[in-house]
Write a protein that binds this ligand. Structure first.
Ligand code: UDP
Ligand code: LCN
Length: 802
């Protein structure tokens, strides 16, 4: 994108007039003797310069503007390169000649090529003959959002677009609507309209006649009373359970045919019976309902999907009922079957999902050449198994549902890839949920992919992500920042717009975050499990002895370290998988190093194992060992209780409340957290929450109102924030209550499964309609991605097997 508003000219003029100031800045960058500079490094060098004599002359200059925009920098012997994020998701690239300070704008390819040269070494042929992935040309014709604040509200945009298209193209647009209403069937049963209506004029007059006819009946009469006559007029079931509902929908459609508006189109489409069965794909991890949470790779995604299934089934049943139909909706969660199930249910092919009528987990094993793969495999290692898994799952889904699902939902990179493969073959609407995109979690995960590939295989994962993002009909995210970040930081999807993996391929247009396929639909916390400590009658008091033993027990039997010496202090509580990114060790270190915090509180950690010998995961083991070193170094055994346990939901729910009873706080110290279910669980329990400002919690919590943000890279400061909070609470008991209430109100307003399910069902219908009326097959994109899959993904995945 070109720099606009004459910025480049003003920078050039500044460089001429104030050359020595500009030179100091570039010189300072050069002095670091680093090929790549991060935003935080650029900013802190600039701040230092501003504080030096005459440094104030840099303030408010075009150089300052440049640093405000700069997300990353790179230096070779001749140039300094900067990537400027001039607005959310809008990027430009410039370079300075180091001696002359001549500045020019670069296109994205040249910028990425410069980075490749710095990694690969100059003069290498592979820098010049690079595979460039560019999905831009395929979607040039498609409508795009324009404003950054609209990102993530794709459905609203589509509805506006669709209704005006219907309006403009009267005759053509509403003909498509008529055809759309005629294709609805459930198994062999025709729904909505039959062959009796064959043009829009006929539809209008049938609607008017039906309206008059229904007006002569009681409002509560159903299809069994009025159906015979409606069928003669060209109608089929699906308009509503009662005459009242049928009339409402008939009038809504008449209004749309007269003058469509986004609101009435959305309302009408959300009532059309279109979704009866859903397949949700989530291959990796231990996917089960008990005894799996907290193990490596098995975290929020499992909680999310099980809650999602319950909420979706409820919503589907309600919709089907309201539409006057009587079929039972079907939901299957497809995951891998693990024969060595370690006492979990992961070796069972089918498992009914508790709290649902008909939803189930369907497990399909991974195959290798020598048969079924028996053991758990890390999510970073499963790529070679997925293609075959997609075929076998497809067959099992068809058998289980008795036909094609109406919607496929992928989860995480592996599930999204499998959903992409199946939906292409079955021609079913594909929805993606990333949960967490790995690319932004690890510094330079793309540039130095080779260094990490043996452990993480990001080359395969990022390739899978690009394919699945682009095949999806719609993508749902838990927050805005997941798509497009904040004014300061890059979003997870945004980070896939342009990047390079030197020596592999270069992405100049990987995904467009202005595409209306993006929608924010935030999850909730199960209200049956996570409710406030003050809800006395609902408390699971029978668990209190067990919980008190867990926290305050004097013995260290089991996988436990630390015995709390004083029991009357508030507890700081954290619970997470023992991943490096979760940074529980960071929290222990902040705590250990702050004597005031140690005097005011005890620390309770629920995570992983205490005995490293019990862990089968290398990263988890390394984190456990580090935690032991910190406990020794800071002599924390009397103030920290570390439970190497995986808690089941109900126990975890009551534990949050017991911590709240003692006027404690929850801390989520992750280096990055994509969303953070524990954050909304703690808030739903009325527990004041301090959570990382990198990722979802930044958006979930309003700092100082519904909790607090902490910077995991500024541990001392974070510890001080906690000290200040507990001191404020002891001076003013209302303070704890204020934050507790703020958290409760926030989750109630934004994070509920009911709202989630309503939104997701409406989205599925609107995108189904959009796909139908625009004839959107995206055939060209599909072909391009198939090639990318076969030529890039498959060999990368195969390499992991060998
Ligand atoms: N969890 C649990 N018991 C444990 C550890 C974690 O029930 O021993 C649950 C926790 O309550 C939350 C989920 O696992 O529901 C973790 O989700 P989150 O989004 O916080 O992080 P993730 O693990 O997905 O990265
Ligand atoms: C994965 C994560 O890393 C968490 O941040 C999310 O809360 C979880 O999935 C559920 O979406």
């Amino acid at each position: 994108m070109r720099l606009n508003g004459g910025y480049l000219e003003s920078l050039q003029a500044y460089l001429k007039q104030k050359r020595q100031h500009a030179h100091r800045v570039i010189h300072r960058f050069r002095e670091q003797d680093q090929a790549f500079l991060l935003r935080s490094e650029l900013q802190s060098m600039f701040r230092e310069l501003c504080a030096e004599p005459e440094g104030e002359l840099l303030l408010n200059s075009p150089m300052q503007q440049m640093i405000d925009w700069a997300q990353e920098g790179a230096l070779d012997n001749t140039y300094c390169y900067l990537a400027l994020r001039t607005r959310v998701a809008r990027w430009s690239y410039i370079r300075f000649q180091l001696d002359t300070l001549d500045v020019e704008e670069l296109d994205v390819s040249s910028y990425l090529e410069a980075r490749e040269r710095l990694v690969n070494g100059a003069g290498r042929l592979e820098n010049r003959h690079v595979l460039e992935l560019d999905l831009g040309p395929f979607s040039r014709e498609f409508p795009k959002l324009q404003e950054a604040h609209s990102i993530g509200r794709g459905m609203e945009f589509l509805n506006r677009r669709l209704s005006s298209q219907l309006f403009e193209d009267l005759g053509k647009g509403d003909r498509r609507l008529l055809e759309f209403l005629r294709v609805h069937q459930y198994r062999e049963q025709q729904l909505m309209l039959n062959e009796g209506i064959d043009d829009v004029q006929g539809l209008r007059s049938a609607l008017r006649t039906a309206s008059d006819y229904l007006g002569t009946h009681s409002e509560d009469a159903g299809w069994e009373t009025v159906g015979h006559q409606l069928r003669v007029l060209g109608f089929e079931p699906g308009w509503g359970r009662t005459t009242r509902a049928m009339l409402e929908n008939i009038h809504l459609l008449l209004d749309i045919l007269e003058a469509p508006s986004p609101g009435n189109l959305e309302r009408f489409l959300s009532r059309v019976p279109m979704i009866f069965s859903i397949a949700i794909i989530s291959p990796h991890g231990w996917f089960g309902q008990a005894g799996v949470l907290g193990r490596p790779d098995t975290g929020g995604q499992v909680v999310y999907i099980l809650d999602q299934v319950r909420a979706l089934e409820r919503e589907m049943r309600q919709c089907i009922y309201d539409q006057g139909l009587d079929m039972e909706p079907q939901v299957v969660v497809v995951t891998r079957l693990i024969p060595d199930a370690e006492g979990t249910s992961c070796d069972q092919r089918i498992e009914a999902i508790a709290g649902t009528h008909n939803a189930r987990i369907l497990r399909v094993p991974f195959h290798a050449d020598n048969g079924v793969v028996p053991q758990w495999i890390s999510r970073f290692e499963i790529w070679p198994y997925l293609e075959r898994f997609s075929f076998e799952s497809e067959r099992e889904i068809l058998a289980e549902l008795g036909g094609r699902p109406d919607l496929l939902i992928g989860n995480y990179s592996d599930g999204n890839l499998v959903a992409a493969l199946i939906s292409q073959r079955l021609k079913v609407t594909q929805c993606n949920i990333a949960h967490a995109l790995e690319k932004t979690k690890y510094l330079y995960s793309d540039l130095y992919w080779r260094a990490n590939d043996k452990q993480y295989h990001f080359s395969a994962q990022f390739t899978a992500d690009l394919i699945a993002m682009n095949t999806a009909d719609f993508i749902i995210t838990s927050t805005y920042q997941e798509i497009a970040g904040t004014a300061e930081g890059v979003g997870q999807y945004e980070a896939h717009m342009a990047f390079t993996m030197p020596g592999l391929y270069r992405v100049v247009n990987g995904v467009d975050v202005f595409d209306p396929k993006f929608n924010i639909v935030s999850p909730g916390a199960d209200a049956e499990v996570y409710f406030p400590a003050s809800a006395g009658e609902r408390r699971l008091t029978h668990l209190h002895d067990e919980i008190n033993g867990m926290i305050f027990g004097r013995e260290m039997a089991g996988d436990i370290r630390g015995v709390l010496q004083t029991v009357d202090k508030p507890l700081l509580f954290s619970m997470a998988r023992m991943d490096r990114i979760k940074n529980l060790n960071g929290l222990v270190e902040w705590y250990g190093a702050n004597t005031q915090l140690r005097a005011l509180t005890n620390l309770l950690i629920v995570s992983g194992h205490v005995d490293p010998g019990l862990s089968g995961d290398a990263e988890e083991r390394a984190e456990i060992q580090r935690m032991h070193r910190l406990m020794d170094e800071y002599q924390l055994d009397g103030q920290v209780r570390w439970l190497g346990r995986h808690l089941d939901k109900s126990l975890a729910g009551e534990l949050y409340r017991v911590v709240a009873d003692r006027r404690g706080a929850f801390v989520q110290p992750a280096l990055f957290e994509a969303f953070g279910l524990t954050v909304i669980e703690a808030m739903s329990s009325g527990l004041p929450t301090f959570a990382t400002l990198f990722g979802g919690p930044m958006e979930i919590i309003e700092d100082g109102v519904s909790g607090f943000h902490v910077d995991p890279n500024e541990g001392e400061h974070a510890a001080q924030q906690l000290v200040d909070f507990f001191q404020r609470c002891s001076n003013d008991p209302e303070e704890w209550e204020r934050i507790s209430q703020g958290g409760l109100q926030r989750v109630e307003a934004r994070y509920t499964w009911k709202r989630y399910a309503e939104q997701l069902m409406t989205l599925s219908k609107v995108y189904g309609f959009w796909r139908y009326v625009t004839g959107l097959e995206r055939a060209e994109t599909q072909r391009y991605l198939e090639m990318f899959y076969a030529l890039q993904f498959r060999p990368l995945a195969e390499r992991i097997r060998n």
